[in-house]
Design a protein around this ligand. Structure first.
Ligand code: ADP
Ligand code: MG
Length: 678
């Protein structure tokens, strides 16, 4: 058997199992071997019955008391028995194993291992396996793999297949240079793969993990380096500085902050410097990234080229389109909008405007990526809220021009080290300060009994002419649809606030047109209280809103709460954020208090990362699939540093020779190249 053979070659893997493996993305034996366990079942020694802990897999040994009770329900057969040791007795339950009834004997000793559950307040042992002492003690100390599965495939099946593959597979090729392994005490690839599946103990597991984590981070860094060198090329769009941009700047109702000014200078240098710009601007919510982007777009337009401003949502597209038109229209710049919800005719016309060059700038959503969208001369691509985009999407957009300059903007502040890893191929600009006229948002963390006072406070703010966001509870848990939960809440508020206050709702399931309409009415001040789900989270800018109340705040991540809170405090007025927890626990209160202690997005992101690990932090939002299988950029910071250094020394001849020699290495490198942002 070879790494690249089909999984069908494994004994016991038939057509059915093969199909199920395909569903998990496993085609070749190598894929299977790199389908690492998501967790382990640590096989511990027997404990006294009195020490059973709910939720764990545990083993006990004792004597069966009383006759096992067999119960037949329409759906299953249940056997209940009672096991006793010196410390106490526990109820044992088996489902759908009727044959056991004849095998269990009163007064006999048994060694059982299963999941500890709780029924009617009592600890029970569920569906345990019966072990002989011999068999049991062979396993103690081991960590048994728990695999990501799919319907039709059991954990046991996967484990067995992996075992046969490991036994029958010769030549799992080592691909790290021996010196690198020696320098950092990394075990061989073959052994690492073996031990990540079936570690004999924790120490072996950690060694295997270290090696494989190193691989992931190292390859990723090498990929970054390769991409960076590819991108580092002369620009076909070398721009000239233009006086018009200064005039535009003078026309703004405010002056730029020092940070905005500095970042814009960096951008100008990139665009006029002769190389292709590839820059990420990180700025906390409300730090004023949009205006910097607008100035860059105007610079491109003044140089006779076109710019594209891509955003993740229709609502944000409409908002940016309106504000760009307002700002740049007076200078003769033609700004178009291209989104999925436009009519076919509008889209067709828009595309014509772009090809002919009648539009200087297009603001759009994914619709801009469609095949038949072309530009006359696209020189600058900007993505707002860039963490919301997949890599491919951004690349597709830049392919619509000839090596256009790229500017990505993100409000998800991540620590610098992390940014270097994730966006290591980009230059980084940071806007740390917020416009000077901003007062820090006042925060409070409260329980639901605070609601009446919160409503009173909102009423006062509305009387002063301000507006309010209410983020209503998330949907999943109460079983309502998004629509129901928003409309029920809005109805409730209408009842409380009566006619003088206009309440309306916004949620993700609305048609784009409806969403835009709601946002417009909120933006123009027609709506006083906007009840919404987290759809308002990205980018929405209504400076007159001064209060945001977030229900069930404990269910959100800190970084997300910070984004939500960033909807207020966008104008000169004092703003307030009410974080309301639904279920009270010391832990969630402590977590939320981090938010009330600071408005600094960078600090919050750091805490969030610490608390949740990178998995959730980037989680589903990123693109659905995880960047690394094993590595955790935060936890594995040490290995990351080493991998970074080694990748730095790794010269390209070496990369190429590896590439040719080792298919798996080549595949992995390509895999990571695809994951590098932009
Ligand atoms: P974000 O960085 O979250 O995208 P925006 O670019 O939407 O923030 O800016 C938030 C608000 O701040 C907008 O209403 C914008 O007009 C305003 N703004 C931007 N720069 C300044 C500034 N230098 N002084 C005052 N207000 C500003
Ligand atoms: Mg923004």
């Amino acid at each position: 058997m070879k790494y690249s053979d089909s999984v069908r070659k494994i004994k016991g893997v038939g057509e059915k199992a093969e199909q199920n493996f395909h569903k998990l993305g496993i085609w070749e034996i190598g894929d299977l071997l790199e389908h690492y366990p998501r967790d382990y079942d640590e096989f511990h020694d027997v404990v006294p019955v009195s020490e059973l802990e709910e939720g764990k897999q545990m083993a006990v040994e004792g004597v069966l008391r009383g006759k096992p009770v067999v119960k037949n329900t329409p759906r299953m057969k249940i056997i209940r028995a009672c096991l006793e040791d010196g410390s106490g007795a526990v109820q044992v339950t088996w489902f759908n194993m009727p044959f056991l009834a004849g095998q269990l004997h009163m007064g006999t000793r048994y060694l059982l291992r299963g999941k500890v559950g709780r029924v009617n307040g009592n600890i029970v042992l569920e569906q345990p396996k019966l072990y002989s002492r011999n068999e049991f003690y062979k396993n103690v100390g081991k960590m048994l793999p728990i695999y990501p599965l799919t319907a039709g495939l059991t954990n046991n099946q996967v484990a067995k297949a992996v075992q046969s593959a490991l036994a029958g597979c010769e030549g799992i090729t080592e691909f790290l240079p021996a010196e690198i392994r020696k320098r950092h005490g990394l075990i061989g690839f073959h052994k690492a793969v073996q031990d990540i599946h079936f570690p004999k103990n924790r120490v072996e597991f950690l060694k295997a993990r270290k090696r494989l984590v190193f691989d992931e981070l190292f390859l990723y860094q090498v990929a970054l380096k390769a991409i960076r060198s590819r991108r580092d090329c002369a620009s076909p769009h070398v721009m000239e500085e233009r006086k018009e941009v200064e005039v535009f700047r003078e026309s703004l109702p405010f002056s730029l902050t020092e940070a905005q000014d500095y970042v814009f200078q960096e951008i100008v240098q990139d665009m006029t410097g002769g190389r292709v710009m590839n820059r990420l601007v990180q700025g906390d919510v409300g730090s004023g990234k949009t205006i910097v982007a607008v100035m860059a777009l105007y610079l491109a337009v003044c140089n006779g080229s076109q710019g594209a401003f891509m955003v993740p949502t229709e609502v944000l597209a409409a908002q940016h389109h309106a504000s760009l038109q307002k700002m740049l229209g007076q200078f003769g710049v033609r700004v178009g909008l291209l989104t999925g919800s436009l009519t076919a005719k509008q889209k067709r016309e828009g595309k014509e405007m772009l090809v002919s060059g009648e539009w200087d700038i297009v603001v759009g959503t994914h619709a801009v990526l469609q095949d038949n969208v072309a530009f006359r001369d696209l020189a600058l691509v900007i993505t707002d809220e860039q963490h919301r985009f997949g890599v491919r999407q951004r690349e597709m957009l830049s392919e619509k021009g000839e090596e256009p300059h790229i500017l990505a903007m993100s409000a998800t502040p991540i620590p610098r080290t992390l940014a270097l890893v994730l966006y290591g191929d980009m230059d980084l600009s940071v806007i740390r300060e917020r416009p000077a006229d901003r007062l820090p948002i006042k925060n409070c963390v409260v329980g639901t009994d605070f609601r009446p006072r919160a409503y009173k406070f909102m009423r006062e703010q509305i009387a002063l002419g301000h507006q309010v966001y209410v983020i209503c509870p998330m949907v999943e848990e109460n079983g309502e649809s998004e629509l129901e939960s928003v409309s029920i809440y809005a109805e409730k508020l209408r009842g409380i606030f009566q006619d003088s206050v206009v309440v309306d709702g916004l949620h993700g399931k609305m048609k784009p047109q409806e969403k835009n309409d709601r946002m417009e009415r909120f933006g123009s001040g027609e709506i006083d209280i906007l009840v919404s789900t987290t759809v308002v989270e990205v980018g929405i800018d209504v400076p007159n809103a001064t209060v945001i109340m977030i229900e069930n705040a404990e269910r959100f991540g800190l970084a997300q709460l910070h984004q939500l809170r960033g909807r207020v405090g966008r104008g000169p007025d004092q703003s307030y954020c009410i974080l309301m927890y639904g279920t009270d626990s010391k832990e969630s209160r402590e977590r939320l208090s981090i938010l009330s202690d600071t408005n600094d997005g960078f600090r919050i992101a750091r805490e969030d990362l610490k608390l949740r690990g990178q998995g959730d932090f980037f989680g589903v939002r990123q693109s659905g699939d995880k960047l690394f299988q094993l590595a955790d950029i935060y936890e594995d910071a040490k290995i990351l540093t080493i991998a970074n250094e080694e990748a730095g020394h790794f010269c390209f001849e070496e990369v190429h020779s590896f590439y040719r020699k080792n298919k798996r290495f080549a595949e992995r490198l390509e895999h990571y190249m695809g994951k590098v942002s932009l």
